[in-house]
Design a protein around this ligand. Structure first.
Ligand code: ZN
Length: 331
């Protein structure tokens, strides 16, 4: 039985790559550093991917995945469905940074072909692993993150662009059971990992933000209990026994505007520590980009993912507006 650091480690684990080992009623395959597939002897009808560390300093999801793997290896968590664990950017974990050269969550759906950094190469490989893994009709991918800043909604998920397709009540309920009661709708194709799985593999896939980034060992894991419990149930029970859909459980936001930094002279007109989903009054100045000023244009407009230090041409701020759940096309 290998030690877990060997399983997760980017370089220490080299000896395991290409090998597999048997546990009771399943085979564990080590496809690459941080790429671990669980193949039950009698698999159920779901294929489930959990990815973490697309951003290397987002530690809590890595700890959640590590603990699930530890329990699987110890026989404490019996996996009934084919499951793929991806520790996306081991080099950045070792470095203790979000990424080495470039934000990996902008490199999927082929964008990795536009560059030659370790992140570009790894994103290409991750796509290959996901393609190799998904075989059955029912496909799920939860890409686990933590945010850089506080959030007025601590846990939220990005629902990737559906190309007009309906939103799934079952998935909204599953996320709510995970403690993720807020949904951000993406209304356009993106180069995120979750959108890749939606578009290329017809999976139910989400970018799931579980709370605020803290260093390894400093995460209060009790804040992730609901998510951890549901992730484990998803892979260890034949069928989830979810409660009935209840629209009152969910806060849904639609992206209103994406504000890019186009000028050297760029600033955000609020404090660095302002929480995601903070609402400002109509007319409030949000950002100054060279000659352009951006103010709040709609009642209820809120800010999310502000980062004044992005490279020129990149997104510095998103604004979102609440959307009544009743307005969603649901199935
Ligand atoms: Zn992230």
């Amino acid at each position: 039985m290998p030690d877990l650091p060997d399983v997760l480690g980017p370089y220490e684990g080299q000896a395991l790559i290409g090998t597999s080992l048997r546990i009771e009623s399943a085979r564990i395959e080590f496809w690459d550093a941080g790429v671990i597939a669980i193949e039950p002897d009698q698999p159920g009808d779901k294929d489930v991917v959990f990815s973490c560390a697309v951003h290397g300093d987002e530690t809590a999801p890595i700890e959640i995945v590590r603990d699930m793997l530890t329990d699987i290896l110890a026989g404490k968590l019996q996996v009934k469905h084919r499951t793929l664990f991806l520790i996306a950017n081991p080099a950045a974990i070792v470095n203790g940074t979000r990424f080495i050269d470039v934000n990996m969550n902008r490199l999927f759906s082929g964008a990795h072909a536009q560059g030659d950094t370790p992140e570009h190469h790894r994103a290409a490989k991750l796509e290959q692993y996901v393609s190799r893994f998904f075989k059955q009709q029912r496909r799920f991918h939860y890409d686990l993150h933590t945010a850089i800043r506080d959030s007025a909604h601590e846990k939220f998920a990005v629902y990737p662009f559906t190309h007009g397709g309906p939103y799934k009540k079952e998935q909204l309920t599953f996320l709510a059971e995970c403690g993720v009661d807020t949904i951000l709708l993406n209304q356009a194709p993106t180069t995120t990992f979750s959108y890749y799985s939606v578009r290329e593999h017809n999976a139910d896939a989400f970018t799931v933000e579980l709370g605020k980034v803290r260093p390894f060992g400093e995460n209060d894991m009790s804040r992730f209990t609901d998510a951890d419990t549901m992730f484990r149930k998803l892979i260890s029970t034949s069928e989830l026994d979810l409660p009935k859909f209840d629209s009152n459980r969910h806060h849904v936001y639609d992206v209103s505007r994406s504000i890019d930094r186009t000028a050297e002279d760029f600033r955000l007109n609020f404090a660095d520590n302002v929480a995601n989903f903070t609402e400002f009054e109509l007319g409030h100045l949000l950002a100054v980009d060279g000659e352009n000023e951006y103010t709040v244009e709609q009642p209820g407009e809120r800010i999310i993912f502000p980062n004044a230090k992005v490279a020129l041409g990149q997104r510095a701020l998103l604004t979102v507006v609440p959307m009544p759940v009743e307005n969603l096309k649901l199935v």
